[in-house]
Design a protein around this ligand. Structure first.
Ligand code: IPE
Ligand code: IPE
Ligand code: MG
Ligand code: MG
Length: 365
């Protein structure tokens, strides 16, 4: 298995002990000379990344609650439930950090950060219904606890609250950025349906899908941060967010193969159970023997595969190097994200953005 312990040292780390190491090109192998030094490094934690904006992030959660308030008891009840657990707040965190690159913090960004988390949550509520998932953030999903109908309505409610809030802000540019991202996410979720049961889904199809469903919103978060701060940085930060978002989703798809449910707070193996074809499998399909290919086809024809069958596919994909391949691709996107930050105003926010790249590909949840 590819050893990823060297990755964090690629980026400037919180501790001054490590000097900056130049990145290999996206397609080249890691530099073995630096391994010894790199192995001493640690993956930044979420709280380390979010340290420069921790107080603001607490305000974002307050904003989030304020925006969500509902008069109708049926909606308020589900609101209360989904507000019990904070997600990683990865997107609002990025928005606030981008807001502080080459700029003083601006209060408008706090509201935009709440809006982006609302849109994210709306897509999760819908996504869990689409994916028939029963667990999210360690808790039963809305569709598991209530119904698919309630999930559809609540997703729409969360989304419409975010639009109202944007309207209250009165600036058309955030509406444009978020409308484009939301539109892209809907297309992405539809592309995903096309990937189900489709063993001819190509690697290019896969990148197009994850760009739409995940990278678009992460890119929008970064662009909005710059929009409310140093507007001249909109383009590089949007590009950074896009590359980071690609890496983030490849890592998510890897976690579906490798992680424990208890760690990620959502079911693992669900993509295969739902017959979703993601990068680790796409990478190995051309390598399989005729009999192994047949086994995969039978798996995809089985409407309710058993746990042992899922484990057998995971074993096959691992044996053929599909996980290593996907990690390599995540790393290439991480490299591109890191490069997009070159030349931007230095300081704790920029360094935290660099750490967030490492976090995105090394995270355990
Ligand atoms: C989950 O996003 C959906 C993906 C794009 C993979 P997160 O992993 O950011 O979920 P939360 O918000 O922390 O629960
Ligand atoms: C990301 O895809 C979903 C959205 C962008 C809404 P997944 O379906 O892989 O996300 P999880 O694994 O359910 O969080
Ligand atoms: Mg899902
Ligand atoms: Mg997933």
């Amino acid at each position: 298995m590819l050893d990823l312990a060297w990755i964090p040292a690629i980026f400037e780390l919180l501790t001054p002990l490590y000097h900056r190491i130049s990145l290999p090109s996206a397609s080249s192998a890691p530099d073995p000379r630096s391994d010894q030094e790199m192995l001493q490094t640690e993956t930044p934690t979420l709280s380390q990344i979010q340290a420069p904006i921790a107080d603001r992030l607490d305000r974002v959660v307050d904003e989030f609650r304020r925006i969500l308030v509902a008069d109708f008891e049926g909606v308020a009840e589900v609101n209360e439930y989904i507000l019990q657990v904070r997600g990683k707040l990865f997107r609002p965190g990025l928005l606030l950090l981008c807001n502080e690159v080459g700029s003083e913090p601006t209060p408008e960004a706090d509201t935009l950060a709440a809006v982006i988390e609302l849109i994210h949550l709306a897509t999760l509520v819908h996504d869990d219904a689409v994916d028939h998932s029963v667990l999210r953030r360690g808790m039963p999903t809305v569709n598991a606890l209530w119904s698919h109908q309630v999930s559809i309505i609540m997703g729409d409610y969360l989304y419409s609250r975010s639009i109202s809030e944007l309207a209250r802000l009165g600036s058309v540019e955030p509406v444009r950025i978020l409308a484009q991202a939301s539109n892209s996410m809907s297309v992405g979720e539809m592309r995903q349906l096309a990937s189900c049961d489709a063993l001819d889904f190509s690697e290019a199809d896969y990148y197009q899908l994850i760009q739409c469903k995940t990278a678009s919103l992460i890119s929008a978060a970064c662009e909005l941060g710059a929009f409310a701060g140093n507007a001249s940085l909109r383009e590089p930060l949007a590009r950074f967010g896009n590359e980071l978002g690609m890496a983030f989703q490849i890592a998510d798809d890897l976690l579906d193969y490798t992680a424990d449910e208890a760690d990620i707070g959502k079911p693992s193996g669900l993509d295969l159970r739902e017959h979703k074809v993601t990068l680790p499998l796409i990478a190995v399909l051309p390598e399989l023997s005729r009999s192994e290919r047949k086994r995969v086809e039978e798996f995809f024809a089985d409407p309710e595969p058993r746990d042992e069958e899922i484990a057998a596919i995971v074993e096959m994909v691992t044996r053929y190097g599909g996980l290593d391949y996907a990690r390599g691709r995540a790393l290439a996107y991480a490299h591109a994200a890191n490069e997009a930050l070159d030349g931007l105003p230095d300081g704790p926010p920029l360094r935290a953005l660099r750490h967030s790249i490492t976090y995105a590909i090394e995270r355990r949840r």
